[in-house]
Design a protein. Structure first.
Length: 76
């Protein structure tokens, strides 16, 4: 199952760019590398990661990566 398919099961709406960023986070890419790969500014990536964390109700990018990979992060 792809990252996009897993996220579709959550019934949350993500823009195409947010999905691109989630995939980059799931691959372990940092903001700078994500910005280079997606041809965006690093600040744009930071903002998109923040929006994604709010939508997923998590407080860090590791949890975003876990959810994208189909692993339920521990609740703190």
């Amino acid at each position: 199952m792809t990252v996009r398919q897993r996220l579709a099961e959550l019934k949350l709406h993500f823009t195409a760019r947010e999905l691109d960023v989630i995939e980059a986070v799931a691959k372990g890419m940092n903001n700078r590398d994500s910005a280079l790969g997606l041809k965006l500014q690093e600040l744009s990536i930071k903002n998109l990661v923040s929006v994604v964390m709010i939508k997923l109700n998590v407080d860090n990018r590791v949890k975003v990566a876990l959810i994208a990979r189909g692993i339920e992060p521990d609740s703190d």
